[in-house]
Design a protein around this ligand. Sequence first.
Ligand code: PLP
Length: 269
Amino acid sequence: MQNNSKRSYDSVLTIATSDSGGGAGVQADLKTISALGCYGMSAFAALTAQNTQEVRAIHEVPPQFLKDQIDVVIEDFEVDAVKIGMLFTGPLMEVVADRIKKHDLKNIVLDPVMVAQSGAQLIQDEAIEVIREELFPLVDLITPNIPEAKRLLGRDINGDESMKQAAQNLLETGTGGVLLKGGHFEEDESIDYLSIASKDPELHQFNAKRIETNNTHGTGCTLSSAIAAYLAKGYPMPKAVEQAKLYITQAISAGSQYNMGGGSGPLHH
Ligand code: PLP
């Protein structure tokens, strides 16, 4: 039966990995996208056997199967924004780069996931070059935290001026924007810098009060999918980041008193 009803949903496709514990990865993405009133779709790069304390195993999908998932969704749905999370291997990243070009995807936010809070490595060493070379130039925003930015730049970042400089330097990878997240500094406030590539490069600063809690598993996934959801709704980048920061602060705060698992617990969406 033909459906002639009007389109009502802004939609986000997440291309990322499953967290069986439900706190991070595709599960966090879909909860966030739904909470913000958008329709969420997913293409899985890998599955993790994971809880709040450990990543016990990682099982990647064959690259052709990731391609099929992306293609079949895009052939049938409109995709207003894309969130890219843990892709794990170079060949899976190459598939995503190829599909972005083929389908001319827009409003893409990439979280360069590297290491879990539990300490597990979530990207293969040889894939770091691939993500930087093949994917960064195709996306509108990358959202590294301080350890990821250090790894990408190959130098230390210590303090405010050095963060601003790092946010600018990461634009040289060809990405449309950089949100450098300062949450890993143990300060009272968490400060993020957003640099946007343009003729007159813009630098925006976002401050949020630090919330004392161990329940921060999935914060990176949640923030990047919230930004993608606001881009899907048509917000300009600085406004999308500002609103996504409000969402993540509220989700951390709402989950801060829960006792879920023995490690770093999840947020409340
Ligand atoms: N597991 C998966 C599948 C993820 O995508 C991520 C982060 O993006 C993590 C785990 C790590 O989450 P966290 O560092 O918040 O524990």
